[in-house]
Ligand binder design. Structure first.
Ligand code: ASP
Length: 357
């Protein structure tokens, strides 16, 4: 089938186009690197001009706070949780405060972490009163014999671990309430839908890091998708779908979660690194811009390998994203055309893919 674009989403292509400088070796194994995302979606200059500077500042703070952990010799997981808590606390992202609303007008939050060294993992899904779900996912990994806890049970565990539960109103923002109203109007057919399904997610957050000891970690936190029902759980808290880390590779995804689950996107990407010896860019593009898109989904991801290579494969109109290394200078981008180092985009229609590297 001839590849073609529809606005903001690649309809039928699985090739990749690496921007100049994409996925160059960032650092030797002992040189820490932190990479974050704040969600993929339709992110346009004309819609973001009021928030643009503020969003960049939050991304930079997340990178600086996370990188401070690595500079202090702390493990990659500390950098991941330090960065993600900044993003969860900001109303600009669909995680923690500012999470999207369910059909019933609730906020149901999902999060997961994974550590490459020993492949330990923790996850929570459908929690409603946890300010920083990423910290609860970490507690599940470190303080329980389990990997994944959901709903009230997860909140009981949180209380047993000394977490303070916040009122559900803490998560409310008028912007997300408006997005729910719009989605429900469209659902009811009261408005001609020119806001397609994929507009419903923007702002899941995630981080991957390589520490001075050469170990990788990954984490992802989200409110899921606007207007979700029936206690729907997406890919973000599912180890192997939205999050993965092993000795060679770490991944955090953002996008239409059902497709990340159906492609086991996180694990499949890292399996390509493991078995095919592919780079972060090639493996990430094959799955995010290939497998996910072929099934009808879309989104993005951050991928890092143990030599410090990293990549931002995505096929939406934008993705909040950034990286920082030993220079201490955060680099962030919001839009598709900013050409951030590591960006890996699908090839435009009719254009041959750039050679894989
Ligand atoms: N992947 C998330 C989910 O499906 C949404 C997102 O990334 O924005 O729950």
């Amino acid at each position: 089938m001839r590849p073609m674009f529809v606005p903001g989403v690649l309809a039928a292509s699985f090739s990749l186009m690496a921007l100049p400088g994409a996925a160059q070796t960032a650092a030797p194994a002992s040189q820490p690197v932190l990479v974050i995302h704040g969600g993929a979606g339709v992110i346009r200059r004309e819609n973001s001009q009021h928030d643009d500077a503020a969003i960049r500042r939050v991304l930079e703070t997340a990178l600086r706070n996370g990188y401070a952990e690595l500079q202090a010799g702390k493990p990659a997981l500390d950098a991941v949780t330090a960065a993600i808590t900044v993003l969860e606390d900001s109303p600009y992202f669909n995680a923690g405060k500012g999470a999207v609303f369910t059909h019933e007008g609730r906020n149901e939050l999902d999060a997961s972490v994974m550590v490459g060294n020993g492949q330990r993992a923790g996850a929570v899904a459908g929690v409603q009163r946890i300010k920083n779900p990423i910290l609860l996912a970490r507690a599940v990994m470190e303080k329980s014999p389990h990997v994944m806890l959901v709903g009230q049970g997860a909140e009981s565990f949180a209380k047993s671990q000394g977490f303070t539960l916040v009122p559900t109103a803490y998560f409310h923002t008028d912007k997300r309430a408006g997005q729910l109203r719009k989605a429900q109007l469209q659902e009811a057919g009261k408005q001609v839908a020119n806001t397609p399904e994929y507009l419903r997610y923007i702002g899941t957050v995630g981080a991957v890091a390589l520490d001075a000891a050469g170990h990788l970690a990954a984490g992802t936190s989200t409110g899921g998708m606007t207007n979700k029902r029936w206690n729907r759980v997406g890919d973000s808290p599912i180890i192997g779908a939205g999050t993965w880390a092993d000795g060679r590779c770490a991944f955090s995804g953002t996008g239409w979660g059902e497709f990340y689950i159906r492609t086991a996107a996180a694990r499949t990407t890292c399996a390509r690194v493991e078995f095919e010896n592919e780079s972060a860019a090639v493996a990430g593009a094959a799955v995010v811009n290939g497998d996910v898109v072929r099934l009808g989904g879309n989104g993005g991801a951050i991928v890092m390998t143990a030599n410090g290579d990293f990549a931002f494969p995505f096929n939406t109109e934008g993705m909040y994203r950034g990286w920082i290394d030993a220079s201490g200078q955060p680099h962030v981008a919001l839009y598709v055309d900013e050409g951030l180092r590591g960006d890996v985009l699908p090839a435009p229609a009719g254009q041959a893919p750039a050679p894989a590297h």
